[in-house]
Design a protein. Structure first.
Length: 348
């Protein structure tokens, strides 16, 4: 639909809740980790991925088929949500889906940085944001990080990336560039949301996402070995940290986890935060924050069930399903054991 006209959260939430019930759960993941890539593709063909597996099966096989089918299904699912949405709901969903523009930018930058094959980069792109095929193709053809920055100069990411490029050149660390993308996305996402109670609940969810993003970025910077103060890459809009506090906590995972667990999120997240306390590595911490954010979105969606929050919560859950299936397929291709693969999954 479009941003014009009246808002229709009741209708969209009802459609989304119906689709939420078809997402993979623990039982499906336990089956998948025991399968080969070919068996995973056949399993997907018997579920909500049938159309994509059938459409792509003649051109791709193995993990490539799984990758392309996952990304195509994700884009189709989110396009359907936009088709259902009207007015204010449409506007808020469109703004959130721009996260996939941010994802694609960071994926291309990492590909250029590591000199990855264009095909390997393209398979990781998710065409569910606002960038058209022409811009995505230009990004894929970029032969340097500087070229990527130039291609994006007329977007909301242009000025932040240009400013961060000097730090990248000095440190040869991608975090400044990736953080600049995140900051631009959240700056525009959180602007002019409105003041009714359902929207304030949605804003609480977005603030939690910013808080967890800040925590993850700070830990990555602290462990990168680069001489960069995490406060310099602080994302505005959260509630849990200020620049000084984040910089102080970044060097100590245990203190950071305790700080989050003792915060205002403690009452809402419970078991999810206990997973944070048990995290013994940066990867485990990132997976725990992903699970906590899913839990938080679900909880806020029950407080105001007729709002955009349940819709965004579904988007996050669907994205996580795709990431889990991808992790299983890639783990199988790499010859990882079941325990190793399961450690890569984010399950509520």
């Amino acid at each position: 639909m479009s941003a014009a006209g009246s808002s229709n959260p009741e209708y969209v939430v009802a459609r989304v809740r119906a689709r939420r019930g078809s997402l993979y759960g623990d039982e499906e993941y336990r089956k998948l980790v025991r399968m080969s890539p070919a068996e995973i593709a056949r399993f997907m063909e018997e579920s909500t991925y049938e159309a994509e597996i059938n459409a792509l099966g003649s051109r791709h096989g193995g993990v490539d088929l799984i990758e392309y089918a996952l990304n195509a299904n994700l884009a189709d699912q989110f396009e359907a949500i936009l088709d259902w949405s009207e007015g204010r709901v449409y506007d808020l969903v469109v703004r959130y889906l721009r996260k996939f523009d941010a994802w694609n930018i960071k994926t291309v930058i990492r590909g250029v940085y590591t000199d990855a094959d264009t095909e390997d980069v393209e398979v990781d792109l998710i065409r569910a944001g606002s960038f058209d095929d022409r811009r995505i193709q230009r990004l894929l053809e970029a032969d340097s990080v500087e070229a990527v920055v130039e291609i994006l100069e007329d977007t909301i990411y242009g000025e932040p990336l240009e400013a961060a490029y000097a730090d990248f050149q000095e440190t040869d660390v991608l975090v400044p560039l990736e953080n600049a993308v995140d900051r631009a996305f959240y700056d525009h996402l959180l602007g002019s949301l409105g003041g009714d109670e359902p929207t304030r609940q949605y804003e609480r969810f977005l603030k939690a996402e910013v808080d967890f993003r800040n925590a993850r970025n700070a830990l990555r910077l602290a462990r990168s070995g680069a001489d960069i103060d995490p406060a310099d890459y602080f994302i505005e809009g959260g509630e849990l940290f200020d620049r000084a506090t984040l910089s102080q906590l970044a060097a100590n995972l245990d203190e950071l986890v305790t700080y989050i667990a003792d915060s205002t999120y403690g009452d809402d997240l419970g078991d999810a935060l206990r997973e944070l306390e048990e995290a013994d590595s940066l990867i485990a911490f990132e997976h725990a924050t992903d699970a906590a954010l899913l839990t938080y979105g679900d909880r806020l969606g029950t407080v105001h069930p007729v709002s955009v929050t349940p819709i965004i919560s579904y988007i996050l859950a669907k994205e996580r399903e795709v990431e889990n299936i991808r992790a299983i397929a890639r783990g199988k291709e790499a010859g990882l054991g079941s325990d190793e693969i399961e450690s890569e999954l984010v399950i509520q």
